[in-house]
Design a protein around this ligand. Structure first.
Ligand SMILES: NC(=O)c1ccc[n+]([C@@H]2O[C@H](COP(=O)([O-])OP(=O)(O)OC[C@H]3O[C@@H](n4cnc5c(N)ncnc54)[C@H](OP(=O)(O)O)[C@@H]3O)[C@@H](O)[C@H]2O)c1
Length: 325
């Protein structure tokens, strides 16, 4: 592999709004929020490719793309993502496609003199029995949650690849691990969506059907952390501008909410007037899952969108984009 002479730097991302930025995965929940944020900040030279236009698992296509476009910055938000069922059914896809996407994008970025790359993963990289809140140092300290280990192993390899390229080539690759995200372009599929969009859809459909009640599994006691994807996009810009170090950083709000509080808030935002019933004979899931984002918060970044405001924004998007289809 050819050596290039990259120099670590920071505080340069926001200085030139005409610089070419490749946002990989720009039609996804995360990628689309990053594009909205960059456009709002005045960036004019975003290079974007749909999956159909550029399959990031194809090494030679990715190489040709970077040779032709030569972006200066890369934000890697393309990934094969899915829930427990999909991970169990398609383990080869979850490990294989993600390793291919990130290996191709990271290596081509380095070879074609990208100045800085940000790799995104998620909290599933941490061991099943991590301390709560989960600090960055919990990485690789114990066995993973078996239901998503294929995806998690690929994401851990992505973090390690960024670190290895930084060490060997002095190249500015960083990693951010966001907490549970929600917002416009989320997946509202009836069978394989995350808890927040799933609740929103169920309350909406119950409201439309004038149902008397909505039954939700468990007691509602588990504690979780949610962040609006526009806050994540804001954090991504902050990291591109201000963070340049070996360690991956957790990106969360640090605010916990019980599933019960969340469900009640979603019910209120949707305007469902029936009853919310908890089926405590069904399993609750892990009692607490929260990221320790004190390192990022210590650098001065803060989330800005309250859960209530974020839910209002997301329900509006759902009505305009999912219900109307
Ligand atoms: N959603 C969350 O709550 C959450 C939380 C923490 C971290 N993250 C991280 O954020 C990243 C993005 O997640 P997301 O929720 O935005 O996922 P998403 O909505 O499914 O978006 C992923 C995007 O990647 C594209 N993509 C997948 N395979 C590709 C390929 N081979 N070539 C080109 N494009 C490809 C997809 O295009 P197609 O749909 O056309 O395939 C899609 O636009 C992931 O790394 C994930 O771990 C997400």
């Amino acid at each position: 592999m050819a050596e290039t002479n990259h120099v670590l730097a920071d505080s340069f991302f926001l200085s030139d709004k005409s610089v070419k930025i490749f946002v990989a995965g720009h039609r996804g929940l995360v990628g689309s929020a990053i594009v909205r944020k960059l456009k709002a900040l005045g960036f004019t030279n975003l290079v974007l490719r749909t999956h159909a236009e550029l399959d990031l698992t194809r090494q030679s296509d990715v190489e040709s793309f970077f040779a032709a476009e030569k972006p200066k910055f890369v934000i890697l938000a393309a990934a094969k993502v899915g829930g427990i069922h999909a991970n169990n059914t398609y383990p080869a896809n979850f490990i294989g496609l993600n390793l291919q996407i990130q290996t191709n994008v990271v290596d081509s970025s380095y070879r074609h003199n990208v100045k800085k790359l940000l790799f995104l993963g998620s909290s599933c990289i941490y061991p099943k029995f991590s301390p709560q809140p989960i600090p960055e140092s919990a990485l690789l300290t114990g066995p993973l949650e078996p239901t998503n280990e294929w995806y998690a192993v690929a994401k851990i390899a992505g973090i390690k690849m960024c670190q290895a390229y930084r060490i060997q080539y002095n190249w500015d690759a960083i990693s951010g691990m966001p907490t549970n995200l929600y917002g416009p372009n989320d997946n509202f599929h009836p069978e394989n969506s995350h808890v927040l969009p799933a609740l929103m859809r169920r309350f909406h459909e119950a409201k439309m059907a004038a149902a008397k009640e909505v039954v939700v599994w468990g007691t509602g006691s588990p504690l979780r952390e949610f962040m609006h994807v526009d806050d994540l996009a804001d954090a991504v810009v902050f990291l591109m501008e201000s963070y340049s170090d070996l360690e991956h950083l957790n990106v969360g709000s640090g605010k916990e909410v019980s599933i019960k509080e969340l469900a009640e808030l979603v019910k209120e935002v949707v305007g469902f007037e029936g009853e919310l019933v908890w089926d405590s004979s069904k399993p609750d899931g892990t009692p607490r899952k929260l990221m320790d984002s004190s390192k990022l918060l210590g650098l001065g970044w803060r989330p800005k969108i309250s859960l209530k405001d974020g839910l209002v924004n997301t329900y509006k998007w759902y009505l305009e984009n999912v219900v109307k289809q």
